[in-house]
Write a protein that binds this ligand. Sequence first.
Ligand code: GTP
Ligand code: MG
Length: 422
Amino acid sequence: MFLDRVKITIKAGNGGNGSTSFLRNAMTAKGGPDGGEGGNGGSIIFQSTQNLNTLYDFRFHKKFVAGDGENGAKKLQSGANGKDVVIKVPCGTVIIDAETNKIIADLYEDNMEYIALKGGKGGHGNAYYKSSIKQAPHYSQTGEVTKAREVILELKTIADVGLVGFPNAGKSTLLSCISNANPKIANYPFTTLYPNLGVCEVKGQTFVVADIPGLIEGASEGQGLGHYFLKHVERVRLILHLVDISQSEGRNFLDDYEIINNELKKYSEDLAQTEQVIVFTKADLVDENTLNERLNSFTKKYNKDYILISSATYQGIDKLKLLTLEKLSKIPKKPPLQVEEINFDKRDYDSLTITRDDEGAFVVSGGKIDNFVRGVVLSDTRSFAYFQNRLLEMGIIDMLKAKGLKNGDTVKIKDIAFEYSE
Ligand SMILES: Nc1nc2c(ncn2[C@@H]2O[C@H](COP(=O)(O)OP(=O)(O)OP(=O)(O)O)[C@@H](O)[C@H]2O)c(=O)[nH]1
Ligand SMILES: [Mg+2]
């Protein structure tokens, strides 16, 4: 089973709560605040590895949640940080924000890392809030609660060379001749159902070759297996365009050549512009006269270089390997995909909105409020005083007044409602 596109859910860990606690023991009559800090949540990290070739592992495992930070405790004990989750993906995996469809990372090389979501911050314990004017703060901060997000993982294989051609053109056979790969080979169309990769070694140097399912006329409209798998040759530097010169399938080889080029063009101009080596296959199946006739007709029509091979007799195979290596030495690697300049893990600590509800109450909401309310435990009158003070300091009371707030009006902030009095 080959899987090259999958949607998964990821969530960083929540921050642990800070603790509200006071030192109490036989020696200390009136101890100071000793509530420790909450631990930070774990992060979600993607890591590319050469050891994977597909996204198969994600078939059933689609949800990844990093560990929550532990709560702080008395005696200034900090909570432990939550465990990170490292998600391994094959090289060439592109990460897309499912909400905006924008590319947020391209892990095109081995061992690249992308921190998609940082863990939620741990809350401060009450010891943190101690100051010369506030000896005994009765409040601590809850940990930051993170949101689950969806991303799409799309594999766009990274190879130097792509094999393209009609079904049965001999792509997989060639791959098995020139590389360490062992693809399935058979005398029926669509033997190859998903891409195969092979490493080819020539003169002590190596390059990676991708063999993909065959294309037919109308692939771009979904005929055959369609052009779905062309994304796996989108990033190659060189295409070996295989054309069966023996015409063993009963088609004209010149038409074949033209049709495949058209399909490449319909997929993307970029792919159509990728340098090609034209490879005529199955030379062993044609007598010399017919062969010369066909080669002449090709030259007459296109006047392009080509190479003639047979994977059965190895005719032209060494020449093809050397030519490929030589061409590759002159073609630079394709750059990674353009990553959109969006901050995927953006946290809202600043937004603030004031609206009126049906009962005329003033409703204050937004990221600024969410973040601030974390520091308030409302069962406690002392922290309520702190809460009101901070509303003043943050200018929120002034903003409410500007919206018409008067004595006796109700203000609602998260699940807190209170009557305003000057
Ligand atoms: N005589 C001869 N037969 C070949 C040669 N190359 C491939 N074949 C045969 O052609 C048939 C198709 O070969 P494959 O390598 O599976 O073709 P493919 O292009 O990978 O085909 P799909 O995976 O279906 O797209 C097989 O029966 C091969 O044995 C060759 O050079 N000479
Ligand atoms: Mg094949």
